[in-house]
Design a protein around this ligand. Structure first.
Ligand SMILES: Cc1cc2nc3c(=O)[nH]c(=O)nc-3n(C[C@H](O)[C@H](O)[C@H](O)COP(=O)(O)O)c2cc1C
Length: 179
């Protein structure tokens, strides 16, 4: 798929078909995520996947009602975490830059973007969710304390074709300086 077609065509999907998504496809998406750049190539993102419809249904209780409603038919949920205190940190545990612990989330976002774009190329829809019950998710997947939960992404075949929400223009957000 041509890059711009992928960038423009990907949408947040809030209505999914119940069709299963193969493990191979999820692995392809995680492989795409791994190709993203990261702070000193630290690659701190980790993934937890519900690999059965039953498990995904159980997972819904980790989400607020509005997100549950959006992904009620989605067959797969992927939780991304980061291994803490590596990306953006010095060996002695101090911050490397003014962004403090921000780079680890930046790195994770780059991976999740690759993940969602690859999903779109494979004919799949995704919904990134930032509102969830963090304690329930930690228990659900038995996520270790060294990791922090960042994004929850539902994956499935889309049952809707939403319009692109309005985007800002280059002029809106850019200042070119010269001389
Ligand atoms: C960090 C982040 C958190 C988000 N959390 C939610 C969420 O909890 N629920 C939801 O329905 N959409 C969520 N979204 C989706 C955004 O609303 C969506 O990306 C935005 O409206 C632009 O639409 P598009 O993805 O179709 O381009 C989130 C997106 C991001 C990047």
């Amino acid at each position: 798929m041509e890059l711009n077609e992928c960038l423009e065509g990907r949408r947040s999907i809030r209505k999914f078909m119940t069709d299963e998504v193969s493990r191979e496809k999820i692995e392809e998406m995680i492989k795409a995520a791994i190709l993203a750049p990261s702070w000193k190539n630290s690659q701190v993102s980790r993934y937890y996947v519900t690999s059965s419809i039953e498990k995904t249904k159980e997972f819904l209780s980790c989400l607020p009602e509005f997100n549950q409603n959006s992904i009620q038919n989605a067959p797969v949920v992927v939780v991304s975490t980061i291994v803490k205190k590596r990306s953006g940190f010095e060996r002695d545990g101090s911050y490397s830059s003014h962004l403090k612990d921000g780079w680890q989330y930046f790195d994770n976002g780059l991976q999740i973007q690759n993940f969602c774009l690859k999903a779109y190329e494979l004919g799949l829809g995704t919904l990134i969710m930032g509102i969830y019950d963090v304690d329930k998710i930690r228990e659900f997947f038995n996520i270790p304390d060294e990791e922090e939960i960042v994004a929850v992404v539902a994956v499935g075949y889309p049952a809707e074709e939403p319009q692109m929400p309005k985007r800002k223009t280059v002029e809106d957000i850019t200042k070119f300086i010269a001389g």
